[in-house]
Design a protein around this ligand. Sequence first.
Ligand SMILES: NC(=O)c1ccc[n+]([C@@H]2O[C@H](COP(=O)([O-])OP(=O)(O)OC[C@H]3O[C@@H](n4cnc5c(N)ncnc54)[C@H](OP(=O)(O)O)[C@@H]3O)[C@@H](O)[C@H]2O)c1
Length: 331
Amino acid sequence: MYAIEVHNPGPDYELTLGETTMPRPALGEILVKTAAAGLNRADLLQARGLYPPPPGAPLTLGLEVSGEVVETGRDVAGWKEGDKVCGLLAGGGYAEYAVIAAECVLPVPSGVVLADAAALPEAFFTVWTNLFDTARLAPGESVLIHGGSSGIGTAAIQLCAARGLTVFATAASVEKCSACESLGAARAINYRSEDFVEAVLTATGGAGVDVILDMVGGDYIEKNFRAAALRGRIVNIAFQRGTTATVNFAPMLAKRLSFAATTLRSRTNSEKGAIRDALLREVWPLIEAGRIKPVIDSRYPLAEAGAAHERMAKNEHIGKILLTMPSSPFR
Ligand SMILES: NC(=O)c1ccc[n+]([C@@H]2O[C@H](COP(=O)([O-])OP(=O)(O)OC[C@H]3O[C@@H](n4cnc5c(N)ncnc54)[C@H](OP(=O)(O)O)[C@@H]3O)[C@@H](O)[C@H]2O)c1
């Protein structure tokens, strides 16, 4: 089968289309003929040699796909050949075929084009578990989503808005801010021209926000403490401005804040299965009702994975970038 290979891993990596052995589904796995793979920032880090796959995971890039089931391994119940699915992978998505652990598989929601469903798993698994499991975001609360125009951010804004929460977001341009507001943010803050702490405090009458989802880190760590409300919860899923910072922790004490950080990829299949069950119950019905849509920035044929990575590296995108497979109608 065709799959993308990384040459010269490091800052000047190159992605080329190569041929490799087709995977076979092991116990508890399904084999999918892929329609599309979603791009994730983690893929860029892995290609640069900065984010090795967990032990046992395929070396091929790609953390999520959509496609059609072509084979099921032993002990797989509920899925059969021909089913249209999407799922979360520990690796191997940039390829014509991929295996997915049964706990990480979801049906393609009705109303969503098969290829576009590749935009759903990584974003919604991440958003759900961080905002609702870790940060315990509750009805009536407010939330600040940093990186609001990212794949993760566009999913988080829509989900929170659909659940009736007050959503604030940050992004780097007027265009990105207006995209965040059209997805349901009550107020998007252009962090290049405004101080997000001042903006959030003004918009909340000085109270601050109950929950913050942060992928920025660095100087945002202390700023988040200032923007948070009493008993606020802050969850970091990345530290793009740096993993180190000089921080005044006093607001944590005064406001009784919680600060957490999590990763998804290294969790066990059974932990991922619990998140999958929550998505099926809480998120898929909102997608099927048309209240949440995959936000697709662009689609590239698999062979042009390098150009897709370049677009993400330049932060030009809004929403998800997809790689479509040779047989996809979007090719
Ligand atoms: N921990 C986990 O389990 C987990 C799971 C999935 C994703 N993630 C992380 O979550 C982040 C989003 O993932 P994604 O795939 O959705 O990537 P993405 O679409 O490329 O989003 C990254 C966003 O970060 C913002 N950003 C980058 N540098 C920034 C800076 N210096 N200051 C402020 N904002 C900055 C960019 O927005 P602007 O253009 O507005 O600056 C961009 O939209 C990535 O860092 C990824 O590694 C973590």
